[in-house]
Write a protein that binds this ligand. Sequence first.
Ligand code: NAD
Length: 372
Amino acid sequence: MRIGIPRETRENETRVAATPETVKKYVAAGHEVLVEQSAGLAAHFSDQAYEQAGAKIVEAQQAFAAALILKVRAPSATELLNIARGSTLVGMLDPFDEAGLDAMAQAGVTAFALEAAPRTTRAQSLDVLSSQANLAGYKAVLLGAHYYGRMFPMMMTAAGTIKAARVVILGTGVAGLQAIATAKRLGAVVEASDVRPAAKEQVESLGAKFIDVPFETDEEREIAKGVGGYARPMPASWMERQAALVSERCKQADIVISTALIPGRPAPILISAETVRAMKPGSVIVDLAVERGGNCPLSQKGLVVYENGVALVGLTNLPGMLATDASALYARNVLDFLKLIIDKDANLAIARDDDIVSACLVCEGGKNLRKK
Ligand code: NAD
């Protein structure tokens, strides 16, 4: 089959959906791979490296004309015009973006949104949310350290002692846990909060302190368990108690990394404007949830802003700041997913009864399959 790898054109997107490593495997499996010129440049994969792996370097239109197109991000309106009806598209296609899915359905594309894969053991090797969130959690701490005008580790020097930084992590999914590990490695004192009771043990196993918000009703306890591993919106009573505790911890903190998300919903507000104004000047909030509205109402998408001496880092696409590793992991996720929709003769064979395939299939036959 002919596989196309276009260059990503969304602002701030540096990743690429296939690397020379995965291209080599596609070619070995009998595919013809067409890589758009400079597609991997921002991730430091040269056209020559793709050619050596067996790909042909082409113009955008040829890459989009392939039967199977591998992308990082959902196609723009202009990109969609280049995709032929009946072709298959695999990428992080925003399964909660109804208008985006409608557009892909109208373009007659068979589309697989990899973010929709179930969080099961079998799906781990193709879990793009995990591979990218892991990098985002690491980079969030480095950004926090960059905007913080002081040290992370405690240091005893001849010129005096420097205290260790206090880091608070809100939301301890994949990104939050990696942020804890990274902040610990840099020598910070770390505490963390999450709604899911299972998070406590994970936080403590990384050597951080869990900010415990006790449950007061059976309803709170039940909702906190979440669905399919994901959090659900908590009742207002619990959110109020959490806000009070988090506010106290933030006032003591030097760096706050917030990662709390609920699938398909705006991010929960965990750090109020009032809390920010009560924080120490020079402290830093890195709001990883900013693309979904933010865990702090003062953070701004794509910007670093200051409130009362507190830096609010709302930069987006943190995995894209680590483009080489992010692309390498993403490309392997894609390679593993393709094993489920391509047969041994290198032809498309969509196993609709496979739970991973059926969860990721979002458009087919002109229909947006996620539409209720
Ligand atoms: P996510 O990005 O959806 O959310 C980040 C974190 O925010 C979650 O831990 C969530 O509980 C938390 N959160 C939501 N509301 C909050 C609030 N009010 N206060 C504090 N925290 C709040 O999470 P994710 O990283 O995608 O992980 C989601 C789940 O999937 C986790 O249970 C994780 O262990 C699980 N997971 C499973 C697999 C697998 O089995 N293959 C892989 C990855 C993740």
